[in-house]
Design a protein around this ligand. Structure first.
Ligand code: NDP
Ligand code: MG
Length: 392
């Protein structure tokens, strides 16, 4: 068997490291083309050396010398800057993991799609910001997008061999995050540390906070529509504190197919890596008799207004997803910096959505990378002003 060429965008993050964990177990099966990171140059260089990558790229120009030093004596080429990341993504590879966090993952994701092959997509922001553009780029270049988000991998697996027309509903589950059982009136006192700890999953800080606010699930509602072409009213969210059932697909004959597994992203990553085959993966096997029971409840939209906002965004269409994502990212920065409270994040996003979407017609522009970038920039400025008003 010839080795597959692969690149990992966001190699130093939680998804990137889990991906490396899998490929490092079978190094002869893979030729690593590019690894990218941002601030964690030491990890990037160590992995690039270990995996003998062709190129290692940091997003930060000022870290180029550090990266060069860390790679001295190896054959790995060092590069820096956002353009260099997109260039690295352009390098042909059979399989590319898109695991940069935030809208910064969009341009590299599109670059990877432009040479065909498979894009394993963890970066949900690119689908939320520019789903139609991602899908049309994949189609134009004969590329395949495979979902890595656990819920969407689960739906994808439940749909193998099925006709999408026979799907009645898609149910994605949510653990409810750190504040699932807090009194709602206490949320304004939630600290960054409290919001950054997830009951079940070990993930990057931003997605962990997004899980507590349900912005992560809100993004995933939009992601579900983009991946599977179902209508918003066919998609449901179900709170499931144990995070073992990742998603369920309901068919028109009443059958409900659930995907059940431990909360370990290496399953979804490994499924996308080996698709259409299933290979051994180093994930725990569930002992359901020992677990005994799994629980479910409906989500409360007062506690988690992000879910309602996502439905409004889907209704608005066009570039509303790009506004939603950029407003959410800026509000999250505001919370991390201690400028706004936890519930303020949803209030900021709602305010920005009203200001940008309704009167300006901005969201009706054609979905090109430039227009998405423009709306993203405008939204971040507006969100900063809204945050300033709240903080002041
Ligand atoms: P992390 O924060 O752990 O990692 C993010 C990665 O992106 C790191 O490699 C980081 O580099 C890099 N990065 C950060 N900013 C930039 C930038 N401006 N330009 C280029 N690269 C950048 O995130 P996760 O791994 O948790 O998440 C990655 C993506 O996967 C997100 O879209 C998330 O929503 C999605 N996802 C994650 C899941 C999880 O279990 N973690 C589950 C499902 C989806 P560095 O660390 O060197 O600074
Ligand atoms: Mg998920």
């Amino acid at each position: 068997m010839t080795a597959r060429t692969i690149s990992i965008l966001g190699a130093t993050g939680s998804i990137g490291q889990n991906t490396i964990d899998l490929i490092a177990r079978a190094p002869d099966d893979y030729d690593v083309v590019a690894l990218t990171g941002a601030g964690n140059v030491a990890q990037l260089a160590a992995d690039a050396r270990r995996l003998n990558a062709q190129v290692a790229v940091t997003a930060h120009d000022h870290l180029l010398e550090d990266l060069r030093t860390a790679l001295a004596g190896s054959d790995v080429h060092a590069a820096a800057g956002t353009a260099a990341i997109t260039e690295a993504a352009h390098r042909p590879a059979d399989w590319v993991m898109s695991a940069i966090v935030g809208a910064a993952g969009l341009a590299p994701g599109l670059a990877a799609l432009s040479h065909g092959g498979t894009l394993a997509l963890a970066n949900k922001e690119s689908l939320v910001c520019a789903g139609a553009l991602m899908l049309s780029t994949a189609q134009t270049h004969g590329a395949r997008i495979l979902p890595v988000d656990s819920e969407h991998s689960a739906v994808f697996q439940a749909l193998v061999g099925e006709d999408i027309a026979s799907v009645e509903r898609v149910i994605i589950t949510a653990s409810g995050g750190a504040f699932r059982d807090w009194p709602i009136e206490d949320l304004a006192r939630a600290t960054l540390d409290e919001a950054s700890s997830h009951p079940n999953w070990d993930m990057g800080q931003r997605i962990t906070i997004d899980s507590a606010s349900m912005f992560n699930k809100a993004m995933e509602l939009i992601e579900t529509r983009e991946y599977f072409g179902v209508t918003p009213d066919q998609i449901e969210v179900l709170v499931h504190p144990e995070s073992m059932v990742h998603a369920l697909v309901g068919f028109r004959d009443g059958a409900l197919m659930a995907h059940v597994g431990p909360p370990d992203m290496r399953h979804a990553i490994g499924y996308a890596l080996h698709w259409p085959h299933r290979r051994d993966l180093p994930v725990d096997r569930l002992d359901l008799a020992q677990i005994g029971q799994l629980t479910f409840r409906a989500p409360c939209e007062t506690r988690w207004p992000a879910l309602r906002l996502a439905r409004e965004v889907m209704q608005a269409g066009g570039l509303a997803g790009a506004v939603f994502n950029a407003a959410k990212e800026t509000a999250l920065d505001g919370f991390i910096a201690g400028r706004i409270t936890f519930p303020d994040m949803a209030a900021v996003v709602e305010d920005v959505l009203t200001q940008i979407s309704a009167p300006s017609g901005q969201i009706d522009a054609p979905m090109t990378l430039d227009n998405v970038a423009h709306v993203d920039h405008l939204t971040r400025q507006t969100a900063q002003q809204v945050i300033l008003k709240r903080a002041g």
